[in-house]
Design a protein around this ligand. Structure first.
Ligand SMILES: [Zn+2]
Length: 456
């Protein structure tokens, strides 16, 4: 009935059972399409869906493999297509590449057999991913934490972040304005702030964060940046804060972020429903060389680019918002926060084609990376997306640079390192050091771009 690769994933199995239940209960005997997804959501509720189940990763292992030959590349490309039990962090592309793969407990023996059968050099980065997730959930501020207790020693829920933003705008009405991009797929506000100390003819920095739900360090870093811009007493930071206007959106994918707390800590996409699977990778959905590389056409995949370019409401709201203001508010800098891998990257992702100001972006990126190294000793790589991480199309920074001509455009992969054993599950004690080094490097980017005349 289904292609084999659709079958064993527990989330899909659960969804399938729910849908089967719906079909039996109601007379709507067909899978929904995107157009009637709300109707189906409604039906699931009326059937009496259980309290949210949480995905489990007990004895799920994280492997790192080294692809030594074309044969290895082909094997892992085939494995990614064939098995839902192996979640790839990136795709197999070329010999010499290291690849991180999450393997569910039921497939560990098969996977181990495979790497030995083909002499693939490998190591196990983690033997029980659930333990890491359990520890991480214990680092979340409890529900109902007052905005005055907001900090960077714990992770915060969507509600916690929004309450903190609202509180900040109330406290500093002259400087901080609450801004909504619009509503998400499931109707949640996409909330951020504008920080403006006044003054004529400022240019604007736009910071997008949390487009990938599971990358919790990104919203944590974005809120830190907001706090420092508003509250720092360091004259150099105050000067930076006043030199620009700032739009900062900590969680542009609120449905996905919320789902990482309630359903699946490893969720990445938005929560739009397509048949038996959910979610578009919003950072593959932007209308610039959409879907040409490094994205999937299958809604069950983690990097599904969507049914069409700019199909998702989250993407559309961002596009409209930035387009409307790029000239009137002189948006000259666009930064996107992701994790992990420790990289500071500039366009393009879809091809090796160099942007017009490649040399400036390369030098500025290297200075930003050096700032981090001097501060914490962490090594961040800098370069174009295509040459640094992996080819991918439809990302927001390619669109802002290629389509809107915003000249200073970077996206960060924050901590941990590329061979991280924790993947996206960064311990909360890393929030402050990560945010401090990222903010310092953003200061470098803005100052360097200013020196090179980008804000005149
Ligand atoms: Zn990301």
């Amino acid at each position: 009935m289904f292609p084999k690769r659709w079958f064993p994933h527990p989330l899909k199995l659960m969804l399938l059972l729910v849908i089967v239940g719906v079909i039996q209960e109601s007379k709507a005997a067909s899978f929904c399409t995107k157009a009637d997804q709300c109707a189906l959501d409604e039906e699931i509720k009326t059937v009496g869906a259980p309290a949210p189940l949480q995905a489990r990763y007990d004895h799920t292992r994280i492997y790192q493999v080294e692809l030594a030959s074309e044969e290895h590349v082909r094997i892992f490309q085939a494995l990614e297509l064939a098995s839902d039990s192996c979640s790839f962090m990136g795709h197999a592309r070329q010999p010499g590449q290291k690849l991180t793969i999450m393997v569910t407990a039921a497939k560990v023996a098969d996977f181990d057999d495979l790497v030995h059968s083909y002499n693939v050099t490998h190591r196990v980065l983690n033997h029980n991913f659930q333990a890491l997730i359990d520890a991480n959930y214990r680092e979340v501020a409890p529900e109902g934490t007052s905005p005055d207790q907001f900090d960077w020693k714990r992770y915060h829920s969507l509600e916690g972040i929004n309450a903190w933003l609202e509180n900040l705008a109330k406290k500093y009405p002259e400087v901080v304005t609450l801004v909504q991009l619009g509503l998400s797929t499931q109707g949640r506000p996409i909330q951020g702030v504008k920080i403006a100390f006044g003054g004529e003819n400022r240019t604007t920095v736009f910071i997008e964060s949390g487009i990938h739900a599971r990358e919790w360090i990104a919203p944590a870093t974005a809120t830190y940046i907001i706090d420092r811009l508003v509250n720092s007493e360091d004259p150099a930071i105050q000067e930076l804060a006043r030199s620009q206007n700032w739009y900062i959106f900590p969680t542009v994918n609120p449905d996905g972020y919320r789902y990482t707390f309630q359903g699946d800590r490893m969720w990445r996409k938005n929560r739009a429903l397509f048949g038996i699977c959910r979610g578009v990778d919003l950072n593959r959905n932007f209308p610039f060389h959409w879907n040409v590389t490094g994205a999937s056409g299958d809604p069950c995949r983690y990097d599904y680019s969507g049914p069409s370019a700019g199909s998702e409401v989250e993407t559309q709201r961002m596009i409209e918002f930035i387009k409307d203001r790029v000239e009137s508010e002189r948006i000259r800098t666009f930064l996107a926060l992701h994790s992990y891998s420790q990289m500071i990257m500039f366009p393009y992702g879809h091809s090796a084609e160099r942007v017009d100001n490649y040399q400036d972006l390369k030098e500025i990126g290297q200075l930003a990376a050096k700032k981090i190294y001097d501060l914490s000793g962490r090594i961040y790589k800098s370069g174009s997306i295509y040459e640094t991480i992996y080819p991918s199309a439809g990302g927001s920074k390619d669109w802002t640079h290629g389509e809107l001509k915003i000249p200073i455009t970077f996206s960060y992969e924050l901590r941990g390192p590329a061979d991280s054993e924790d993947l996206f599950i960064l311990s909360a004690k890393e929030i402050e050091p990560t945010a401090i080094e990222a903010f310092a490097s953003i200061k470098t980017i803005v100052e360097e771009a200013g020196k090179r005349g980008y804000y005149q």
